[in-house]
Design a protein around this ligand. Structure first.
Ligand code: MN
Length: 138
């Protein structure tokens, strides 16, 4: 076994995220393992672009609260201790609520090229607010 020292925390790129989001890589794949694990911290109102994962993704919320939203309009409210599974190819986004930080572990498996994530368009402010309203109506 070996210790994996703490990696640097990096700001995620504006082409793929709205608002301030910080990522700390935990594990990159070492064959035969394909695990990619990272800790992602969203500031209030920050979110990913729409995207999909080739073989799915598990999110585990470690702190705060946020949303996971798909194209059908389904909104899952994510709070510390909750997990969400997004199946292969399902287009979705994740982010914090408007008034809380949200931190989650992102767990997925790499493909032949990179981590198998297909990045799409940003989530508009209108779409973000609509999702937040739907979450509040549950
Ligand atoms: Mn995702």
């Amino acid at each position: 076994m070996r210790l994996i020292p703490l990696n640097s925390t990096v700001k995620t790129p504006a082409e793929r995220f709205t608002g301030d989001v910080y990522l700390t890589m935990i594990k990159t794949p070492e064959p035969p393992s394909r695990l990619v694990a990272s800790l992602v911290r969203f500031t209030p109102g920050a979110r990913t672009n729409w995207h999909a994962h080739a073989v799915g993704q598990t999110l585990y919320c470690t702190e705060g609260g946020g949303y996971v939203v798909n194209r059908t309009g389904q909104v899952i409210v994510l709070r510390a201790g909750d997990s969400v599974w997004t199946p292969p190819g399902e287009e979705h986004w994740h982010g914090g609520t408007a008034d809380n930080f949200m931190c989650h572990l992102a767990l997925l498996e790499a493909g032949e090229h990179g981590d198998g994530t297909t990045w799409l368009e940003p989530v508009t402010d209108d779409d973000y607010r609509a999702a937040a309203r739907r979450a509040g109506q549950r």
